[in-house]
Design a protein around this ligand. Structure first.
Ligand SMILES: [Ca+2]
Ligand SMILES: [Ca+2]
Ligand SMILES: [Ca+2]
Ligand SMILES: [Ca+2]
Length: 750
């Protein structure tokens, strides 16, 4: 297809059509503004359209942009890193940037990309496609230059597929889009070419295992539209070719789309004429052989209206509609969530962040729920609300908030999360310092029209626009629920000899040394059958033996360590038991528990964190042993704790057997099963084979893969759990009472 021909054709067509529409909208905007000014109830009228993404100022040749240190802005425990820095990591002075769209590599969340509208001069609204990438989790960013020099581009939308390939949908001055792709984690981009589209497009990629796997779905507005109002297209070949656009029932605009775990497509948006919000579904868009149709359209009450042209963002939108679907495979699987900043019905100013959910495939939605938890004040702005769902189902919401500002314009990024599918939400958390959103407008009277977030298992990755250094720039910040730690990790099993001793691998992560006590327990265990009568303990790092201990009161060199061990308040109860008190640098360690003189029996090896406030933690334990039956199964224990009363720990627990064969381990457990119990023995979850959540009977493959440590064999087991402070045990058994060598592993994922 000849893009330049299409482009010139469209320029002729759209300039007439969209001018007429814009005029209509401006008239309506004036009408709306009038009634709002009198504080009257605002009936449903047409929306004032956002200023179309129209070419204005000509490109400027910028010779004099200076450089300054990049901005890093900390607020409480949150650090916002400037993204739109040059190839050397320096701030570019006198430019402007907004409308950031973020995407992360699902196979390695340290790799993230953010695209934005790049204005090389703050005095010009000429804009190009900016982008930055990070390979270290967002601490440092590189902006090698715009996608295409001196080409007007706007409205960036980024997404990644399940291989970690990034896609960048970019709006041209023709109101058509290009799709760009990066196969190298965002370092370089290839233009895949013409991609239909229109003004304020959004797109989503189906990363499920449905028949629509890899399909890309795109929707856009009715204004700035080259297709006579048709708003939807699909690419079944990874963004290269797009079908002839079709209508979406009720013409929703300014809303995102997403797929459920079966590949059903959902589109959110507001009808610009009636102000009614909609959730529209296609159940056959995943069928590449037919033109998609929409089989459900549900009106959605958000308790208020999507608005544009308000004082907080004069030429822009106060908030768009963010729709996201839970694909966790857990009990919340396929919930459809919608969140937006809206002006409450009956009011002309202010905005609240409102949330609804559907648990029946979008047939109906819950009553709207207000997420910002400050006292109701219809002057306050809670704007640019956006949301994402983590692979295991946590919902993360962020927005800009003027609650603390006497001038009611200085804004801070705020955060709230839900761990129960939107039933309850955390207290709101201040994430950023306050900034003046009116500073640094690039000859355009708004700070763009959106910010975005993508969630991973540990937290949410936010791209937002702020003015901390006196210019309009793009920032990255990671938000997350307060994290708890593993204060103790242990493994219990029947210790045998040779390959069947108990080997506990553990990792200390962080930046500071960690003081620990490692214990080998046997004789003091009660009621567990034949115990290991005289344990011996070794601590290794790689091939280096760091310490050995037979009986805890005496070191291997014969000196006494009784006082040192007692000072930990964790001395073993029996003199024959073993203990090593040591301080470990971050790294991988192995503790081996065996019986003296070839003794066998049930024993426990355990590691306690003696300095939980250090900037380091026990991140996981991976214990290997020979799993038998009844009392002689393998039991991993751990204690979740820390200094945050509202904190939780998200853990991945695995039972590994058959894949050990590849490491040369004989007699592996052929088909493990896993149980997670709380401190009272209650069962929290069970799992046989990791791809299926046994409680919900849904696929949890994508959630487990999102941890980047999915088991290697389909018969192995995995459970993701978000846990309050307390003691927990994970039990590994062989299916059908089989026995063999296996691992029980607990990872703190954050
Ligand atoms: Ca700058
Ligand atoms: Ca825009
Ligand atoms: Ca001993
Ligand atoms: Ca299994």
């Amino acid at each position: 297809m000849d893009n330049s021909f299409l482009a010139s054709l469209s320029r002729l067509r759209c300039s007439r059509a969209s001018k007429a529409k814009l005029l209509t909208r401006l008239v309506l905007a004036l009408a709306l503004g009038t009634s709002a000014a009198f504080g009257q109830s605002v009936p449903a009228q047409a929306l004032p359209t956002e200023e179309l993404e129209r070419y204005g100022d000509a490109p400027m040749f910028i010779w004099g942009n200076g450089r300054s240190e990049p901005m890093i802005s900390t607020h409480g425990s949150f650090t916002s890193y400037q993204v739109n820095v040059d190839a050397n990591g320096q701030n570019i002075t006198n430019d402007a940037a907004n409308e950031p769209s973020i995407s992360i590599d699902p196979t390695d969340r340290n790799k993230k990309v953010i695209g934005w509208r790049q204005f090389d001069s703050v005095s010009s609204n000429f804009r190009q496609a900016g982008w930055g990438f990070t390979t270290n989790g967002g601490v440092s960013w590189t902006f090698p230059g715009v996608l295409e020099n001196n080409v007007f581009r706007s409205d960036p939308v980024l997404a990644s597929n399940d291989l970690g390939h990034f896609f960048y949908l970019s709006l041209l001055t023709t109101f058509y889009d290009n799709m760009w792709r990066s196969l190298d984690s965002g370092q370089s981009w290839t233009n895949l070419g013409f991609a239909t589209g229109g003004d304020k497009q959004w797109f989503a990629i189906d990363n499920t295992s449905s028949s629509g796997h890899g399909f890309q779905y795109q929707c856009w507005s009715t204004a700035g539209n080259n297709y006579g109002g048709r708003q939807f297209s699909r690419s079944i070949d990874g963004g290269t070719n797009w079908m002839n656009p079709i209508n979406i029932p009720n013409s929703p605009i300014w809303g995102t789309l997403d797929v459920n775990s079966n590949g059903d497509l959902f589109i959110g948006g507001v009808n610009g004429d009636t102000l009614q919000n909609w959730c529209v579904r296609s159940s056959n868009a995943r069928n590449g052989g037919i033109t998609p149709s929409f089989n459900q359209a549900t009106p959605v009450n958000l308790g208020g209206n999507i608005v544009a042209g308000k004082s907080i963002n004069p030429e822009g939108i106060m908030g768009q509609i963010f729709l996201a679907v839970d694909r966790s495979g857990a009990s919340t699987n396929n919930n459809v969530y919608i969140l937006a900043s809206v002006t409450p019905f009956g009011f002309g100013t202010g905005g609240d962040v409102m949330f609804v959910r559907s648990t029946n495939g979008g047939q109906s939605f819950s009553a709207p729920r207000r997420i910002n938890d400050d006292p109701v004040n219809h002057n306050k702005w809670h704007w640019f609300g956006t949301m994402a769902v983590a692979p295991h189902g946590r919902i993360d919401a962020v927005w800009l908030d003027t609650r603390n500002a006497a001038n009611n314009t200085d804004s801070q990024l705020f955060y709230s999360y839900s761990l129960d599918g939107g039933d309850t939400w955390s207290a709101n958390v201040e994430v950023s310092n306050a900034f003046d959103p009116f500073i640094g407008y690039p000859n355009q009277n708004k700070i763009g029209d959106y910010i975005t977030i993508v969630s991973d298992i540990g937290g949410g990755n936010v791209a937002y626009t702020a003015t901390f250094n006196g210019e309009e720039d793009i920032y990255y910040v990671r938000v997350a629920p307060p994290a708890l730690r593993l204060l103790n990790i242990s493994t219990r099993m029947r210790v045998q000899t040779g390959d069947k001793t108990l080997i506990a691998g553990f990792i200390v992560t962080g930046t500071e040394p960690k003081q620990v006590i490692i214990r080998g327990i046997g004789p003091s265990l009660n009621g567990v059958g034949a115990v290991l009568s005289d344990p011996v303990l070794e601590l290794h790092q790689g091939n280096v033996t760091l310490a050995t201990n037979d009986n805890w009161k005496t070191r291997s060199d014969g000196t006494s360590q009784q006082a040192e061990v007692q000072a930990t308040a964790l001395p073993p109860q029996n003199d024959l038991e073993s203990a090593i008190v040591t301080t470990l640098n971050p790294g991988n360690y192995t503790a081996i528990l065996s019986g003296k003189n070839g003794g066998t029996g049930i024993g426990v090896v355990e590691v306690y964190d003696l300095n939980p406030v250090a900037n380091s933690e026990l991140a996981n334990i991976s214990s290997r042993g020979f799993v038998e039956t009844n009392d002689n199964v393998m039991i991993g224990g751990f204690i979740v704790g820390g200094n945050n009363a509202n904190g939780k720990a998200t853990v991945l627990i695995r039972a590994v057997g058959p894949s050990l064969t590849g490491s040369g381990v004989p007699d592996v457990l052929p088909d493990p099963t896993l149980e997670l119990h709380d401190g009272n023995g209650g069962t929290i979850a069970t799992n046989d084979n990791w791809k299926v959540n046994d409680q919900a009977q849904q696929s949890q493959e994508s959630a487990i893969r999102a941890t980047a440590i999915a088991p290697a064999n389909d018969l192995e087991s995995a459970i993701i759990a978000t846990l309050s402070p307390g003691q927990y045990t994970a039990v590994v058994r062989g299916k059908n009472s089989a026995t063999g060598v296996a691992l029980v592993e607990v990872y703190n994922v954050h």
